[in-house]
Design a protein around this ligand. Sequence first.
Ligand SMILES: *Cc1c(COP(=O)(O)O)cnc(C)c1O
Length: 446
Amino acid sequence: MTTHSRLPQERHLATEIPGPRSRELLARKQAAVPGGIGTTLPVFVTRAGGGIVQDADGNSLIDFGSGIAVTSVGNAAPRVVERVRRQVEEFTHTCFMVTPYESYVQVCEKLNELTPGDHEKRSFLVNSGAEAVENAVKIARHATGRQAVVVFDHGYHGRTLLTMTLTAKNLPYKHRFGPFAPEVYRMPMAYPYRWPTGPERCAEEAAAQTIDAIEKQIGAENVAAVVIEPIQGEGGFIEPARGFLPRILEFCRANGIVFIADEVQTGFARTGKMFACEDEGIVPDLVCTAKGIAGGLPLAAVTGRAELMDAVHVGGLGGTYGGNPLACEAALGVLETIEAERLVERAEHIGSVMLPRLRALAERHDVIGDVRGRGAMIAIELVEPGTKKPNPAVTAEVVRRCHAQGLVVLTAGTYGNVLRFLPPLVIPDHLLEEGLGILEKAFSEI
Ligand SMILES: *Cc1c(COP(=O)(O)O)cnc(C)c1O
């Protein structure tokens, strides 16, 4: 396993975090960029690679975020850099809908091959996760002639009008941005840690409630699609109780409902499988991918059953930039890297290092109510000791201490009380261990 990074793989604090240069840049940001664009950690980045993010003050931070599960192959990964460099000198854009090019087709062939199921598939490319989800819904509606879309508590699907409607959480995503898109229905999520009757009954009861609500409130024959993340991302890395996804899929199959898996955050080796759906043998009708697909170049995709994808008339799908040639080359470089560096196995290894240490940490600190996740998509949920009451205050304090020590960590969760870990899959073990050490220290200090 090599990161091939030009950056020394070492944490190094040259100044306080953020340093003077970053603070200067932050002031400029505040004057030039609207406050609605938040900042998790205001260090301004100059280079990044492997498991390190370097800032304008010469600090080197350990990366447990991957730019929100995007740079899974590392930042500026050599195969990505080389392909993009070659492409940028040849041509930067023609618009695939005007005069096409091979790399777009290659990416689609790869997606058709790698996504779950061996049925005949088609793929097309867009620019963001939200755009992928929005297009998947368009296709499902067109192919079924139905309108209703079913989504789940704690779900996150993007920030456009339709996808923010599909998203569960009001603040910050929806507040005062209504009215929302019609024909969206929300169902209970099989959230084992918070299921009222306990985790054992969670899958069965959540599925029964969902199916009952669909039949009674919408009518199964009116539902175009069910949209679900196989592990919820922004909602707090919630792994649906085992059995829930298969039951929902079975109901969809029996009722002609298109099952759309939003694998935007879980895809491309992140969870220790190429796609998280594989864990329970789920074969979705349509799969949305983005984030980890192209090492940070803007790319996303919809992949699905040929008969659904081909139902749409000529010109009904597309966009000016979708499948930009630089982004396609980057995606091919990402897929080569995942294979060559065995990053699926590597994600599993990261989970096997993190989970035992986090479980041991939870033993020592009763503020940690739950430890969960798969592969390199791991989270801890913080509560008030002895209860399951969410504890966003301690979560924020732990994050603050980690950031001050040069560890990039992110939060998540409907209640803002989940610490999530998404290290690049190429992070060297010594940085993974050091990052966990910083986290452990933050807990013992509060
Ligand atoms: C990030 C995310 C999206 C939205 O992707 P963008 O590229 O930010 O539009 C959609 N679904 C899931 C599960 C995500 O994590």
